[in-house]
Design a protein around this ligand. Structure first.
Ligand code: PLP
Length: 400
């Protein structure tokens, strides 16, 4: 018998080697108490959170919590059914209304996660004989959506407009084409040149899907994302998003102005063949989305935090993923996995949590310490974060 697990041996070995150096197992890290969107007790130690996607700090918003509690009492713990059967409750409808208001679009469809939204929409709209043209650094859920469908997949160099245009020109003019882009790329926190990319896509007769998971609520005048910021939201055919970041709950969605969009509810398997989210989550999400429409003060403070952290880390001598702060994600590039893990551990010992990211999630084989800021981080906390980076960076020899 061939042990089907033997293919994982190199990974198991690499992990054991890393743990032998004294770095803790990331899965052993437990949040025992969460005091606020920015502070938790992790394994007995009070820790500043700089690795959540809680960009707008909505997890502890009193109205968001209250709406969830009320729906929990009125509708019970779960739906026990698909949206297509018994799983459409008042708050599923309401959250879809809130999304339509937020994006000023005609249609909104909620999925159980953002992962499933990409899986479902991409695999369903691009079929046999069609082409999906995607940025090579796309999120795993985009790749998995491509794998699940029957379309031909063509990748182009990250954020390279010319490469996208060249690929598009090589495809049969009459074939169906879906260009898949992200507003903010979550590993380095860099923003896509959507304006130019959408222009060349439209010239080639392609439909465009933009995943705005990391920009919703924060980027653009109304927080609609990078497409809004760059003035091209009306040319986007499908926006994918998630509730697990700025909204502060869980769930995924697609919004669109396509007149036939509602047919998706019948044909999109990751929507049809899974249980609908609990009404409490939907009620919390709807409240959060509506509050995010009026979040301009919070957005301004989050930009301040992002700029301060980016400058502070660069001044300390760290190598960063972007020349300028482009989003709420600041990626610190580590020399290698071993030293990255050591630095991650040293930060935790100093009461600071960041994300340790490594291939295959990261581009170009990089090890990153990804910092994601929250609008609830105070200026004092950001200063404190920089001090902790300085101590850990010197202790590990990553900066001098
Ligand atoms: C770009 C992008 N799309 C989709 C997702 C999936 O979102 P969810 O957590 O709701 O599954 C993520 C999650 O990190 C993401 O970064």
């Amino acid at each position: 018998m061939t042990d089907l697990f033997s293919k994982f041996d190199p990974l198991i070995q690499q992990r054991e080697n890393l743990l032998a150096t004294g770095v803790r197992d990331p899965f052993s890290l437990v949040m025992e108490e969460v005091k606020s969107p920015t502070v938790a007790v992790c394994n007995g130690r009070e820790t500043i959170l700089l690795g959540t996607y809680n960009y707008m700090g909505m997890t502890f918003d009193p109205d968001v919590i209250e709406a969830g509690k009320k729906a929990f009492d009125e509708f019970g713990a779960g739906t026990t059914g698909s949206r297509v059967l018994n799983g459409t409750f008042r708050d599923h409808r309401d959250v879809e209304e809130a999304l339509k208001e937020f994006y000023a679009m005609d249609h909104a469809m909620v999925f159980s996660t953002g992962y499933q939204a990409n899986l479902g929409i991409i695999s369903t709209i691009a079929g046999k004989g069609d082409y999906i043209i995607l940025d090579i650094d796309s999120h795993a859920s985009i790749y998995d959506g491509c794998k699940m469908g029957d379309a031909e997949v063509v990748a182009f160099r990250h954020n390279d407009v010319e490469a996208l245009e060249k690929r598009l020109k090589r495809l049969p003019p009459e074939a169906g084409k879906l260009v898949v882009l992200e507003g903010v790329y979550s590993m380095l926190g860099d923003v896509a040149p959507l304006k130019e990319m959408i222009r060349v896509s439209k010239e080639a007769g392609a439909m465009v899907l933009v995943d705005e998971a990391h920009s919703m609520g924060f980027i653009g005048e109304h927080g609609r994302g990078v497409a809004e910021e760059q003035g091209v939201i009306d040319d986007v055919d499908f926006i994918i998003g998630t509730f697990s970041k700025s909204v502060g709950t869980v769930g995924g969605f697609c919004v669109s102005n396509h007149p036939k969009f509602e047919v998706m509810r019948l044909v999109c398997r990751p929507y049809v063949f899974t249980a609908a989210l609990p009404p409490s989550v939907m009620a919390s999400s709807a409240t959060s989305i509506r509050k995010l429409m009026h979040g301009s003060n919070k957005r301004a403070h989050l930009w301040e935090n992002s700029k301060t952290l980016h400058k502070g880390l660069r001044d300390l001598g760290f190598k960063l993923g972007t020349e300028t702060p482009q989003s709420a994600i600041i990626a610190v590039i580590m020399p290698d996995l071993e030293r990255g893990a050591m630095m991650w551990e040293a930060l935790l010992d100093n009461g600071l949590y960041v994300n340790l990211a490594r291939p295959p999630a990261t581009p170009a084989g990089m090890t990153l310490l990804r910092c994601s800021l929250c609008a609830e981080h105070t200026s004092e906390q950001v200063a404190d974060i920089l001090k902790r980076f300085a101590i850990a960076g010197r202790a590990t020899g990553i900066i001098s």
